[in-house]
Design a protein around this ligand. Structure first.
Ligand code: GRF
Length: 202
């Protein structure tokens, strides 16, 4: 069984969605470890409540690469095959990205390449787009820039603010993240340039 390592900094709803998909038999994997860089993250308490291996490795004040070496040690000690960023609010060092090359996924609350970086839902509202959504992508050394695995589109209504749009997007995040993880773990894809091609059923 493939082993996931989940990195988070906050609420942890995507972690719960991934754990739920595993429990429901929709995702053939196990969460080997969930790690928060913030002791107060609600998501790490949620992971512990679910009986998962939940670790806090505080990042405050630590140099990026030194911190990332601690993370790598913990992930390796837990035999992690695939790293899933789920609201992880730190940029990863090049060292970390090379250690887990093409084995790190992220979920971002916009239709990349639109609105990378922080406050993507606010950026979408301010820009006036009529549709936004979410993206699961491989992590490379750029900002939210790796090859796209899966996206979902949601409408933006005139009555929306960033919070109401974020809530609509989040529902879709919880659907596409487990699906993207399943595809990557299956190994049934190929990458052509930037395109991730799903080979299941073909
Ligand atoms: C999500 O909106 C995700 O797209 C972004 O951070 C948020 C994390 O939410 N990267 P949660 O902690 O999984 O609830």
């Amino acid at each position: 069984m493939k082993r996931l390592g989940i990195l988070l900094s906050g609420r942890g709803s995507n972690l719960c969605a991934i754990a739920g998909a595993i429990e429901a038999g929709k995702l053939d994997a196990e969460i080997a470890v969930a790690i928060s860089n913030r002791p107060e993250a609600r998501g790490i308490a949620a992971a512990a409540e679910r009986g998962l291996n939940a670790r806090v490795i505080p990042s405050r004040g630590l140099d990026r690469e030194i911190y990332d070496r601690l993370l790598i040690d913990e992930l390796r000690a837990n035999g992690v095959d695939l790293v899933c960023l789920a609201g992880y609010m730190r940029i990863l060092s090049g060292h970390f990205i090379r250690e887990f090359s093409m084995r790190i996924l992220n979920i971002h609350p916009s239709l990349l390449p639109a609105f990378p970086g922080l406050d993507a839902q606010h950026q979408a509202i301010e820009h006036g787009v009529k549709f936004s959504g979410c993206t699961v992508h491989f992590v490379d050394e750029g900002l939210d820039s790796g090859p796209i695995i899966r996206q979902a589109v949601v409408p933006v209504f005139d009555s929306d603010d960033a919070d109401s749009l974020a809530a609509r997007i989040l529902e879709q995040e919880h659907v596409i993240y487990p699906e993207a993880i399943a595809l990557v773990l299956s190994g049934n894809f190929r990458i052509e340039g930037r395109r991730v091609i799903d080979q299941r059923g073909s």
